[in-house]
Every structure is written in structure tokens, then in C-alpha cells.
Design a protein around this ligand. Structure first.
Ligand code: NAD
Length: 322
């Protein structure tokens, strides 16, 4: 049995990842360390909470004592999903972003070093690269150039992870994924926000002209890519993850309205987000060619399935937005 410490496992991607690993392997024990901030939700894991290979610990990744207590029991891998993850909240106030995303990562890195783990994986984002113009793609060699406090905190964490590899030869990988969609995403993020509001005939706030482009990937494809990096990733390497699904925000909003059979008059253009990046697009050639990863979901199929999930699981999101 090998043990993975998954941090932030009660959030959107972390909970999908835990489910993916528990369903795929029976020789992994998962410890889920999550502080249960506003974004953490144990309902995301109700179907596996009694699985003998899964244990939940409520705690803060930046608390050294908590980490020591967990690590002493024997941990082989750490995969760090825990983060403050919402750009708008970071623009309002960035304190929590620095504490969790930067200082929390540093505590996890020190624990990884002290207890000589087999691998530490930092779950990062394409946002650390900044913004693209109309052409080009982010590769792993694109300079880090974050434009908002959230992406700056994630970029800072990436720099620390890199430094622990260069300085201490800590066995690490960094993954930088594009925008995820799928089940259990907190309904402040674009897709679940628009679905929940459209369903209730509420106005749909769209930033600026709605033409900002994001590169969308189904969360299960992201989880499969992390699985590849865990098992095959070359120590010290960064892997970009993306599925070549560039869509502008207004396209996404109209698609949701169309699927829910709602009128476009619900769309309400609002002042643009400060420092709003124009376009993200990932070049995932490295993970495709070196680790043999391929996304499974076609965007149209994935987004329609996701919209249906939110329609079928209203109890899940209504409990949050009430
Ligand atoms: P999320 O906000 O849904 O979940 C974050 C989780 O971390 C929550 O369960 C929260 O309770 C927990 N957490 C926060 N602070 C903590 C702390 N100090 N100690 C322990 N737990 C803490 O986020 P998400 O969308 O699932 O993103 C997960 C990771 O993936 C983040 O690191 C994010 O930067 C990265 N990422 C997200 C996307 C995306 O599209 N959502 C894309 C690329 C990368």
C-alpha cells in the first residue's frame, strides 16, 4: 500500500482526483487534508467517505504541527491542490492567497524534504504565464508573468517548488493546467455560476465584452493527466495540461442558455475585471508525447454532460448558494 497526501481534496479538482484514484487503484491510501474554507465541501466526497482506503483530516496546510502529525504516519507522495482559487476574491484582498498558496506550499515542501517523500506534485495553473495576444500558446518555456494576485501567488509557489528541486534535489513535478469544468465546481466560477443563475432566470453577469478566451478541459481529463505525472513524470519537470478547447466567455454563456432553453436577454454585461487576461491557450505537446496522455472528452459532449449534472444535482449547489 502506498499513501498519497492530497491537500485541498474537498474542493472541486481535489475531490474529483480522489474519486479517480480510489476508483482506479486499490493499492493507494489517500489522506485528504483540507481546511474546509468556504470552497471546501465534504458533500463532494459522500460516495467514498466510507471507503477503507480514504481518510479525511481537517487542517491547514500552513500548520507545521498538523503536517508533522500526518507525515509521521508515513506518506509516499504529496499532491498539493489546496489553494485560494478565485481571481475576483484575490483582487478584493490577497492576504489569504499569500498565506495558503505561498506559505502553505513552503510548509508542504519542508515536510516533503524532512520526511523524504518519493514525489511532491504542485498543481499549478496556466494563469502563471500571464496573457496571450490573438496568436501563440503557452509552453513550459514561456516566461512566468502573472497579472493578478491569485496568479502571482501561484507563480510564487511554483518558484519555491522549483527552488527546492534545484537546491535540495527534492523530487518534484509541477503541472500547469488550463480552466477546468465538470461536476462539483464551486458556483462562483463561470460555468456553474451561469448554470445556476440561468436555471433560476437570474441575470448573467458577463465581464467586459465577453470576448476573453479561456482554454477549457474536463476535470476528469485533468485528473488522468495528474495520474500520468505521478507515475511517469520525470523528476524536476513541469508539464502543461490542456485539451485545445479555446472558447470565449460569451460563447460559453450562450451555450448554457441554449442547453437550458433560456433567453439571451438574461445576459448583462458588467465592468471588466481588473487586470483581466485576454487569452489563455496551452500547448500540451510535452505531456502528450513524453507521457502518452490524451484528453478523452470532446468539449461539446463534456459541457452538455456537465450542464446536465448541475440540473440533476440542484440540491448540491442550492445548499451552497442559499
Ligand atoms: P477549490 O477552490 O474548489 O478548492 C480548494 C480547496 O482547498 C478547498 O477544499 C479548500 O477548503 C482547500 N483549502 C484552502 N485553503 C486551505 C488551507 N490553508 N489548508 C488546507 N486546505 C485548504 O479549487 P480548485 O478549483 O479545485 O483548484 C484546485 C487547485 O488547482 C488549485 O491549486 C488551483 O490553483 C489549481 N487549478 C485550478 C484550475 C481550475 O480551473 N479550477 C485550473 C488550473 C489549476
Amino acid at each position: 500500500m502506498k499513501t498519497i497526501l492530497v491537500t485541498g481534496g474537498a474542493g472541486f479538482i481535489g475531490s474529483n482526483f480522489i474519486r479517480y484514484i480510489i476508483n482506479k487503484y486499490d493499492d493507494y491510501r489517500i489522506i485528504n487534508l483540507d481546511e474546509l474554507t468556504y470552497a471546501g465541501n465534504l458533500d463532494n466526497l459522500m460516495d467514498i467517505e466510507d471507503n477503507p482506503n480514504y481518510v479525511f483530516v481537517r487542517g491547514d496546510i500552513s500548520n507545521i504541527d498538523t503536517l508533522n502529525r500526518i507525515m509521521e504516519k508515513g506518506v509516499d507522495y504529496i499532491i498539493n491542490f489546496a489553494a485560494e482559487s478565485h481571481v475576483d476574491r484575490s483582487i478584493d484582498s490577497s492576504n489569504a492567497f499569500i498565506k495558503t498558496n505561498v506559505m502553505g506550499t513552503q510548509v508542504l515542501l519542508d515536510a516533503s524534504k524532512k520526511y523524504k517523500i518519493k514525489k511532491y506534485i504542485q498543481i499549478s495553473t496556466d494563469e502563471v504565464y500571464g496573457s496571450l495576444g490573438e496568436t501563440g500558446y503557452f509552453t513550459e518555456k514561456t516566461p512566468i508573468s502573472p497579472n493578478n494576485p491569485y496568479s502571482a501567488s501561484k507563480a510564487s509557489a511554483d518558484m519555491l517548488v522549483r527552488a527546492y528541486y534545484e537546491t535540495y534535489k527534492l523530487p518534484i513535478n509541477i503541472t500547469r493546467c488550463s480552466n477546468n469544468y465538470g461536476a462539483y465546481q464551486y458556483p462562483e466560477k463561470l460555468i456553474p455560476l451561469m448554470i445556476s443563475r440561468a436555471y433560476d432566470n437570474q441575470p448573467l453577469p458577463v465581464y467586459g465584452n465577453g470576448l476573453n478566451i479561456r482554454d477549457w478541459i474536463h476535470v476528469e481529463d485533468h485528473c488522468a493527466a495528474i495520474d500520468k505525472v505521478l507515475h511517469l513524470g520525470k523528476i524536476g519537470e513541469v508539464y502543461n495540461i490542456g485539451a485545445n478547447n479555446e472558447r470565449n466567455n460569451i460563447f460559453i454563456v450562450k451555450k448554457i442558455l441554449d442547453c437550458l432553453d433560456k433567453d439571451e436577454s438574461l445576459i448583462e454585461f458588467v465592468d471588466d475585471r481588473l487586470g483581466h487576461d485576454i487569452r489563455y491557450a496551452i500547448d500540451a505537446t510535452k505531456i502528450r508525447e513524453e507521457l502518452g496522455w490524451r484528453p478523452r472528452y470532446e468539449f461539446e459532449e463534456g459541457i452538455e454532460e456537465t450542464i446536465k449534472w448541475y440540473v440533476d444535482n440542484q440540491e448540491w449547489w442550492r445548499k451552497i448558494i442559499k
